[in-house]
Design a protein around this ligand. Sequence first.
Ligand code: PMP
Length: 306
Amino acid sequence: MKLSEREGWIWLDGAWLRWGDASVHLGTHTLHYGLGCFEGIRCYAGADGAAIFRLDEHLARLEGSARLLGIEIPFSRATLREACVEAMRRNGLTEGYLRPLVFLGDERLGMDPAGLSVRVGVMAMPWGRYLGADALTHGVRVKVSTWARQHPNAYPCRAKAIGGYTTAILAAREARADGYEEAVLLDTEGFVAEGPGENIFLVRGGEILEPEVTVALDGITRRTLHALAADLGYPVRAARVTRDDLVLADELFFCGTAVEVTPIVEVDRRRVGDGTPGPITRALQARYFACVKGEVPAHRDWLTPI
Ligand code: PMP
């Protein structure tokens, strides 16, 4: 079924519309040039009910993305928070994915967006395992992409901006066409950046390493894992990471809202470690899922009940 054919409600520009009525005109500026930003947020059903994970951090990042793009969001954080909570409720969802989207209107085209209307929508829908049913338990195989993550002077890398996903999609599609589950993008200097929609971590000698977040998106799951690694007593260090480091790591994993914590077991057809998800990856993954379901009292403040 197409997304547009689903039943339910969508919040658009402050009003609740029937799902099928939430469409835009062909003249919509963002449709032509990609200037806009979005978020991807998950909601999980736990023992104490359903809750959205780190909603405020996602909305703060959305505001930062808009600011980097020179867009002023015409709704307050509180309004968007309520729209997200209500989108889950109205659509009868206890688990799923929220997609707030900020885009420019259809007053005119051209490179000067001054005065264009800023439109905001929130869509809520079910969302399964991003890289397939087995990915969390068995891990995925990745290809170092021929596409590079954008240079910071060619694109605002801190923004979760719509236009940037052209590169991400090209990398993901290339990896899948070549028989891998996912891509890893290097930066324009050749150091490891991130996946098309995920951050990446390595484990080496009991230490957790991550690429310095220079061009990668500053992921909220990544920040979550910093706290969870500290809970479990593992130090985390940022470093310049090469593609060799990926192959030679003891363990490797992706993290992100969609991908959650997904082990990587192969890089460019070379096995990572013993070719199965490693113990530190599995420990972090277990704690992550406990956390999102409200089973870790110390981190309940990350949850917004719906
Ligand atoms: N990098 C990119 C390019 C992404 O699209 C995402 C998903 N938002 C991430 C990393 C992970 O970010 P988060 O943990 O906030 O979902």
